[in-house]
Design a protein around this ligand. Structure first.
Ligand code: AMP
Length: 325
């Protein structure tokens, strides 16, 4: 199988969207892996620092996220779990790629334009982040990089940098293809269903966290925005006219529930609550057990990161030597 590589940035506590859109997919990919060198799943903790983070909160978020990777069913015997910050090659190659990228290219990155350009307190790292992301990818030599539409431009840049580097210094990098897989449900914020459910949303009344206890899930779903329609056809999907109801129906089906026979918003919200609570229960139970043994979680990520240091060493060495250092 093609080598798989995915990173999640610890900028907030994981949500139901992260579970359905990422962790659950990672577990499905793991089932196809022949060896832990086929799948690398990591926490991109360096990327978290492109915006302000409280160190204690960051540390806690990293630990919780690492534990949730295991609670979701990722198995260190079958996949490699790591932290980006524990694999120094990411930072080292990022510098060589900063020395390959042009400011004109980084100026065109949509995320920088939307989130940082023109704001005096924007961190330099938010600007150079695409070079680090290119290093994240190129170090592992994947032939394909499946990403959401929002990351496509960064992977296109990764390709451009790999091609430019290879042209200038010799064939060091595998130039990966970009693929945008058909995505499953994209969960939206319960309070603003035109915005995606995001782990860094503030306030987070519309965000279901993976570790929200059942009464919190119930309260958040009960307060979800619907609309003022009533009557027998009120409960139906229509992304433009009824984004809130559509989102609840998406969540219900993604969590294995059914809207059959449901005609009122109250009944829909009860069904959503029940389905979400049931979907989260096994994960929360596994989390509670793993959280008793943080040393185990740390050791899994330490060993995975050690494996990453081995796997990436030759790419970094080749790139370093190629530029003349
Ligand atoms: P992010 O939380 O935006 O860093 O995304 C990390 C991973 O979770 C990516 O693979 C996303 O596709 C997935 N993800 C994040 N939010 C959602 C959402 N609201 N619905 C579905 N998938 C999501």
């Amino acid at each position: 199988m093609d080598r798989n590589l995915s990173l999640i940035t610890p900028t907030g506590r994981l949500t139901l969207g992260n579970h359905l859109g990422a962790l659950r997919r990672f577990v499905a990919v793991q089932d196809l892996a022949a060896s832990p060198d086929d799948c690398f799943f990591g926490l991109s903790d360096l990327h978290a620092l492109t915006t302000a983070q409280d160190p204690a909160v960051l540390r806690a978020t990293i630990r919780e996220m690492a534990t949730l990777f295991l609670a979701a069913g990722l198995d260190p015997a079958r996949v490699t779990l790591f932290r980006q910050s524990m694999v120094p090659a990411h930072r080292e190659l990022a510098y060589l790629l900063e020395c390959t990228a042009y400011t004109g290219e980084l100026n065109r990155m949509i995320q920088f334009k939307e989130k940082g350009r023109g704001v005096p307190s924007t961190r330099v790292s938010l600007y150079t982040y695409p070079a680090l992301m290119a290093a994240d990818i190129l170090l592992y030599r994947p032939s394909r990089v499946p990403v959401g539409e929002d990351q496509r431009q960064h992977v296109e840049l990764t390709r451009d940098l790999a091609i430019r580097f290879n042209h200038a210094y010799g064939a060091v990098f595998v130039v990966p293809e970009v693929t945008v897989p058909r995505v499953g449900a994209r969960l939206m914020d319960l309070q603003d269903p035109t915005r995606k459910m995001s782990k860094s949303a503030e306030p987070d009344a519309g965000v279901i966290r993976l570790l929200d206890p059942p009464d919190v899930v119930r309260r958040k779903v009960a307060r979800a925005i619907t609309d003022s329609d009533v009557g027998p056809s009120a409960v139906r999907a229509s992304p433009s006219a009824k984004p809130g109801v559509t989102n609840l129906l998406d969540i219900l089906s993604a969590c294995g529930g059914s809207a059959e026979g449901i005609t009122t918003y109250g009944a829909l919200k009860s069904a959503v609550t029940e389905a979400v609570v049931a979907a989260l229960a096994p994960l929360q139970k596994a989390y509670a057990e793993l959280a008793e043994d943080p040393g185990y979680v740390d050791s899994v990520f330490a060993e995975g990161s050690a494996r990453c240091r081995e796997v990436t060493a030759s790419v970094l060495a080749d790139a370093t030597a190629a530029v003349g250092l």
